[in-house]
Design a protein. Structure first.
Length: 367
């Protein structure tokens, strides 16, 4: 690059000549220094400086200047358009400051020597700054339309996480991958069985020890509890000729009896010798049907509670004498009072005997 240094003045008429050859481009530059007056250089800081070249044909070429850091000089690179036409070219500088001051400086003359090359450049008007700006706009538009990463910006440079980053469970409030439920990992859907939560399965047989019957069908359950058609149920002690032959309290409390007890069937509510006064039978108010065993008697009574009255009957049928046993008492919640209980014999086709009062030894709730 060939540089021509020129000095121009805003107050004095002077002329500096720069000689170039027709068709040259980007090979010569003009370094201009502008003086306010003798010995005083005009500062070009914060100024936009342009060089205008008027060619012999009248076409005008504008060349943008680059102000040096010192602000004392400005550099212009001659373009092909400014050197395209042989002859004298009148030039002037335009200096525009940020406060809109616009200063024009003459005194520079560009002389273009003719070139005999056949492909001499055709002379046209040229505004280099505009063309440069348009080129930049086109470049910027292309840049904006690029959806990739034309600058190669990294995630770290913009404070973002890299593409390979994966959040931890703690960062998003999730449980760790090692967490399990009943030994089942949380990586997929979890199916919990009844055993996982300590429950019985839908088809499970509930044992007697847990309040069940130990059976899988209703019929088998009834039979297991002694309630089926073929079941034999023994209520209380069994007597024969006034002698106890089976003591209920000594029967083995096997699983079947325990199951009935768990269900509240044939639950003993009270025992003793009730003849007069009041007694308290815990749980009496929860039942409607009862089994009562007279004290020292051979017969049993089935009684039903209706309102606040308990009434029952029992006895024995035979070919000769018939024995009838009746009971009535008043009840309020778990308290019983006003007992009337007696038995009498009745001869077939004859008279009945005198009544005999008896007490109650045991009270059982049936249902």
């Amino acid at each position: 690059m060939i540089t021509h240094a020129v000095c121009l003045s805003v107050s004095e008429k002077r002329k500096d000549l720069v000689v170039v050859v027709q068709g040259e481009s980007q090979s010569r530059s003009i370094r201009a220094t502008v003086y306010e007056r003798a010995g005083k250089i005009l500062s070009l800081q914060q100024a936009v400086v342009s060089l205008y070249v008027k060619k012999p044909s009248g076409f005008l070429v504008m060349i943008p200047g680059e102000v040096e850091a010192s602000g004392e000089n400005v550099l212009f690179t001659l373009t092909r358009g400014s050197c395209s036409e042989a002859g004298d070219c009148r030039c002037f500088l335009q200096i525009v400051y940020g406060d809109q001051r616009d200063l024009r400086v003459e005194g520079l003359e560009l002389f273009v020597l003719p070139c005999v090359l056949e492909d001499a450049v055709e002379s046209t008007a040229e505004f280099s700054a505009l063309e440069k700006a348009l080129a930049q706009v086109a470049q910027f538009s292309s840049h904006v339309e690029t959806i990739g990463n034309p600058h190669g910006t990294t995630a770290e440079q913009v404070g973002a996480r890299p593409d390979t980053w994966l959040p931890s469970a703690a960062e998003i409030g999730a449980v760790p991958a090692s967490r399990t439920i009943n030994g089942k990992t949380l990586s997929g859907n979890i199916e919990l069985t009844a055993s996982d939560v300590g429950a019985m399965g839908s088809e499970a047989v509930v044992p007697v020890s847990q309040g069940g019957t130990g059976q899988s069908t209703p019929a088998a359950a009834r039979n297991a509890l002694g309630l089926g058609d073929m079941a034999e149920v023994h209520f209380g002690d069994i007597y024969q000729n006034s002698h106890k032959v089976v003591d209920y309290d000594t029967l083995p409390m096997n699983n079947l009896l325990q199951a009935r007890t768990n269900l509240g069937l044939m639950k003993k509510l009270w025992s003793g010798n009730w003849t007069t006064g009041n007694i308290t039978a815990d749980g009496f108010q929860d039942y409607t049907l009862f089994f009562l065993h007279p004290y020292g008697g051979a017969h049993s009574i089935i009684a039903m509670k209706v309102g606040d009255t308990l009434r029952g009957i029992g006895g024995q049928a035979g070919d000769g004498n018939q024995t009838v046993l009746v009971l009535q008492a008043t009840c309020s919640e778990n308290t019983l009072s006003g007992l009337k209980c007696f038995w009498m014999n009745h001869a077939v086709s004859g008279d009945h005997g005198a009544k005999t009062d008896v007490g109650i030894a045991d009270i059982y709730g049936i249902c």
